[in-house]
Design a binder for this molecule. Structure first.
Ligand code: FAD
Length: 421
């Protein structure tokens, strides 16, 4: 069946649903389209952190030598499978150029602002909806090496300059503060203002608010092609989906790690690769930590929800590879065991083993803005490790740009032109 829409938001992850809601609120008539169901892809099993202190881009200075190690070590927290793939080589070239302090600081500036906005946004929406388990209990970063502790403190100083409070803690303070941590810890940093939220109920609550405002959701509609007008400045006329054709005036592309393949069909090609990560959830833990913990050395996130514990981590750069690596899964579980005493053998049988592909741009900054090549195409993708915590901020930025309001942050770092898109 053919449908006519004003704005189509393609992708019902946390990013697409928040953009759809913000645009509907701003007076546009929006249809949200997804090939599956709302919030079931990368937005499903993530760690649930809304932690502005963690608003760092993936590429950071000093990573060059480390990244060679990642190519060779399949167990490292960050891994790049070596292969002669032109897409990967081009992505890695951009990534290498983004590994400098100036670029990192400018990215932190905007990512922090958007994450702070999201923190308030989630607090508000959790006040209106039940079951979101929004809790502002802070985030503890710990390490078992002096180098790791020094790194966490350097991050704390960077974040304090941006108005995010943090407190350095000695080994003894950390162990008294969080008794589930094992004595190998050398020290850490506590950020008291950070929060956590249940990812799936959050996307669903946002989608429900969108529908209450008159927004339309088309689930199980897979877009497999686009109809473009001919000529020097082409426009999207319609989307071809497995359930029929959808004509639209504006397309907002929020398809996470699928963005590269879809934008190739649009002849733009935004370089988003998947940063595959895993999470596992444990029920019935007797000694649950009281707050979220970042195990800096293993890059593992521990999230105690009210009724269960989630352990998430590792990043492997892939292109649409959803296979499960037993080795990497075990690295997440054994890393959690090494650092935490959860009171027995409960962690040997996780209930929900999950993997998701974080949509990663090579410079670690999402793409939020109009296409340079197609006038009615707007991107909102590439939210890397921070999609949950930056979605409301980027949705607001997108709505500001589309409705001609003054944008909440400088839109320049987010532009698609940087990838010739
Ligand atoms: C282990 C792990 C832990 C994480 N922890 C955190 C965290 O604590 N905090 C945080 O902020 N972030 C975290 N993240 C990152 C976060 O999960 C992602 O950045 C975020 O979910 C991306 O959201 P999205 O909406 O862009 O993508 P997705 O949620 O993947 O949504 C994209 C949607 O597009 C749809 N789609 C794709 N192609 C088509 C098509 N052809 N037709 C129709 N629909 C299509 C898909 O079905 C999907 O629903 C974590 C990620 C992982 C893997």
């Amino acid at each position: 069946m053919d449908t006519q829409a004003d704005v189509v938001v393609l992708g019902g992850g946390v990013v697409g649903t928040t953009v759809a809601l913000e645009l509907q609120r701003a007076g546009r008539s929006v249809t949200l389209v997804d090939k599956g169901e709302v919030g079931q892809a990368c937005s499903l099993g993530n760690a649930g952190w809304v932690t502005p202190c963690f608003a760092m881009p993936l590429p950071q200075p000093g990573m060059f030598l480390k990244s060679i190690g990642w190519l060779l070590d399949s167990k490292s927290p960050l891994h790049i499978q070596p292969r002669l793939d032109p897409t990967l080589l081009s992505w890695l070239t951009h990534f290498l150029f983004a590994m400098n302090r100036k670029k990192m600081l400018s990215s932190i500036e905007v990512l922090t602002e958007l994450s702070k906005y999201s923190l308030d946004y989630y607090a508000e929406i959790a006040g209106r909806s039940s079951g979101l388990q929004f809790e502002k209990k802070g985030l503890l970063m710990v390490s078992a090496t002096d180098k790791g502790v020094a790194g966490a403190r350097a991050e704390m100083e960077l974040m304090q300059e941006r108005g995010i409070p943090g407190r350095a803690m000695s080994r003894d303070e950390v162990l008294a503060f969080e008794p589930t941590l094992r004595p190998l810890i050398r020290g850490g940093v506590f950020f008291p203002e950070e929060a956590q939220i249940e990812p799936l109920p959050t996307s669903i609550a946002i989608a429900q608010e969108f529908q209450k405002l008159g927004g339309k959701i088309l689930q199980k509609h897979e877009v497999f092609d686009f109809e473009l007008s001919e000529g020097p400045s082409p426009k999207i006329q319609a989307l071809r989906t497995t359930q029929g054709r959808i004509a639209c005036d504006l397309l907002v592309l929020a398809t996470g790690s699928w963005s590269l393949e879809l934008t190739k069909k649009l002849r733009t090609g935004i370089p988003v690769l998947g940063g595959k990560g895993y999470s596992m959830t444990f029920q019935g833990i007797t000694k649950k930590p009281t707050r979220s913990i970042m195990l800096v050395d293993r890059k593992i996130a521990i999230t105690p929800f009210q009724d269960r514990l989630r352990v998430a981590g590792t990043l492997e750069l892939v292109n649409q590879d959803f296979s499960i690596s037993v080795e990497r899964l075990d690295a997440v579980r054994s890393g959690a065991h090494e650092y935490l005493d959860l009171g027995g053998g409960e962690t040997s049988s996780p209930t929900d083993i999950w993997r998701g592909l974080r949509p990663c741009t090579p410079d670690g900054v999402p793409v939020v803005g109009y296409s340079k090549k197609i006038s009615n195409l707007f991107y909102c993708t590439g939210h890397q490790l921070l999609g949950l915590q930056s979605a409301p901020g980027t949705a607001r930025l997108a709505a500001d740009l589309i409705t001609g309001k003054s944008p909440i942050v400088d839109p320049k770092p987010f532009r698609a032109e940087r990838f010739n898109g």
